[in-house]
Design a protein around this ligand. Structure first.
Ligand code: SAH
Ligand code: DHB
Ligand code: MG
Length: 213
């Protein structure tokens, strides 16, 4: 078995045990497909990992950068208490429309505000509502450094910043494009940031996680 086959088998093993989609989550993925959205959402077992982190910090206010069809947003919102709030940022109005239907379908719409527009501008306005408990980065990789700076300034102490695709399926070891290089720079900045205790959890495509001191 080569490395790639081993990774796939281990992913399947973890999915089989812990990370199961339910009907609403499967519906979201089929809507994403039907609307020709890219199939780049988190995997079920990555959604479960996000939920565990959200529960562990007792998060009530979450910011997600990169909504797509609302798949990861549904996992995140389900881990919030009834009066919790997820702000999810998306620049594509088509993606935001699909996500709006997804959040209705999965019954979490009343906990979610979709903020349409470029994330940098949306974050600037969202600062007025700080502090936040959890920030999830999953949009343009070349924006991650900027989003990290925002997270450090807008999280409460003990809050978590989590970033998807930290491993770029191994390409952080031999970067092939600007996104790979951006992730290498992001992981280094996270590691060097003195205000955070950080690591990369090697589940799925890697979740880089930092907790604010
Ligand atoms: N978190 C989602 C996947 C997000 S894919 C999930 O796991 O289900 C990345 C999304 O980020 C895309 O929908 C893309 O349109 C959006 N995006 C990319 N760059 C952005 C930016 N600068 N501002 C806002 N959204 C952005
Ligand atoms: C890409 C982006 C993602 O957030 C992801 O999870 C997978 C792929 C991409 O831009 O190719
Ligand atoms: Mg991603």
């Amino acid at each position: 078995m080569n490395n790639e086959q081993m990774t796939t088998s281990l992913d399947d093993y973890i999915t089989g045990l812990f990370g199961q989609d339910d009907e609403a989550l499967r519906w979201i993925q089929s809507e994403a497909d039907r609307n020709d959205l890219p199939q780049i959402s988190v995997k079920p077992f990555e959604g479960r990992l996000l939920q565990i982190l959200v529960h562990a910090v007792g998060a009530r206010k979450i910011v997600e950068i990169g909504t797509l069809a609302g798949y990861s947003g549904t996992w995140l919102a389900r881990a919030l208490p009834a009066d919790g709030k997820l702000f999810t940022l998306e620049r594509s109005s088509k993606h935001a429309d699909v996500a709006r239907a997804s959040f209705q379908r999965s019954g979490v719409a009343d906990k979610i505000e979709i903020i349409l527009g470029d994330a940098t501008e949306s974050l600037r306005k969202l600062s007025a509502q700080k502090p936040f408990d959890f920030v999830f980065l999953d949009a343009d990789k070349t924006g991650y450094l900027k989003y990290l700076d925002w997270a450090v300034e807008n999280l409460r102490p003990g809050g978590i910043v989590a970033a998807h695709n930290a491993l770029r399926h191994g390409k952080i070891l031999a970067p092939e494009n600007d996104d790979d290089k951006a992730m290498v720079a992001f992981n280094k900045a996270l590691a060097d940031n003195k205000r955070l205790d950080s690591t990369i959890i090697g589940v799925g495509d890697g979740l880089a996680v930092g907790i604010l001191k």
